[in-house]
Design a protein. Sequence first.
Length: 394
Amino acid sequence: MWDFPYGREEKKKYLLDAVVSVKDIVALGGEESNKLGTLPQETVDALYKAGLFAMKLPREAGGAEADPVTQIEVIEALSYINASVGWCVMIGATAVGWPAAFLPEKGFNIAFGEGVVPKCVTVSLPAGSTELIENTGDGYVVTGRWPYASGARHSEWIGAGIRMPDENSELGWKQMYAFFPTKQATIHDNWDVVGLRGTGSCDVSLDKTFVPSEFIYDVVDSRNLRGGPLYLLGRPGFVINEHAGLALGIARRALDEIVKIAKSKRRRIDPNTIAERSVFQRVVGELDLKLRATRHLCLDVFENAWNTVSTGEVPSHEQQNEMRATSLYATEIALDVVTKAFRYAGGSALHEGQVLQECLRDMNAAAQHFMVTDAAYESHGQTLLDISETLAKV
């Protein structure tokens, strides 16, 4: 289906060229996605055909199995064009990569048999509960409602976090994932939001739906059955890099936009353009350096994580905390860049369809995700202070 090269640099070029190949259709679909509350089908089809949803898919399933640094750059490039598209690709790539790597063999052969690569979404929070089928042991009844199923209306399969009964756990349950056809779920039309409008992140639900055992999988405490070192990243390592890429892409678009605007825009009582004002020159210079420094930090941290898994090792607790804190930092820097760029654009940035107000809305929406909350700094600080174990017992 796709002919991804094996070499790392060649693979990166292939994927970034794929972004360029869909640039026009992604840009044209932006206004329609805001109106629809989901991506236009033409946009989804173009992204799929270009292989971008297969970025995190194991090679055995026909995917690119790209390293996390490459993923950051691809999501960054897409988010520069359209944040909702960058978001949907990051969710869709994880959603198909996880089950392809971790599903039991029988389930994998059914969902991915004969070279099929389905369009998938994932909702990680364990909002669903399970009940073991009596006397058969061949599956579970799943009931639950999961929020923020980005891209659900274009999906064919859903991976959803569930609470699996576990007597050995202090909580009485452990997190697993159920993988089921989208047609078995109810999609709730409740995505009426300020930012990331085009992601279509509706709630989905199941009501006493049978899910066979071969479609229950574990990405937390088990090793992957297919694929290489990428799938040793664990949580949050496997997903948190995406948030950094999204933030970097939105922020760079906002900064480029205000630089362009500033060269011709004047305040009513000021004969100089914004670009000719020393206060703006200082701000834009500082923001550029902050953004570039943050990008290098992100690439460095995730390169180190890639080096770890490339040796067959799972990232340490400290590395997991560092990766998450780094993506939170990128999110906060991006918020600063976008907010200041929006303000310097003046009242014209308020209007619907203006790039800077879309960047402002989308970046603030992205920053609400639980993966980039302040808790990430706390965890990183605990590891630096070597008090994680103590606090865990409190």
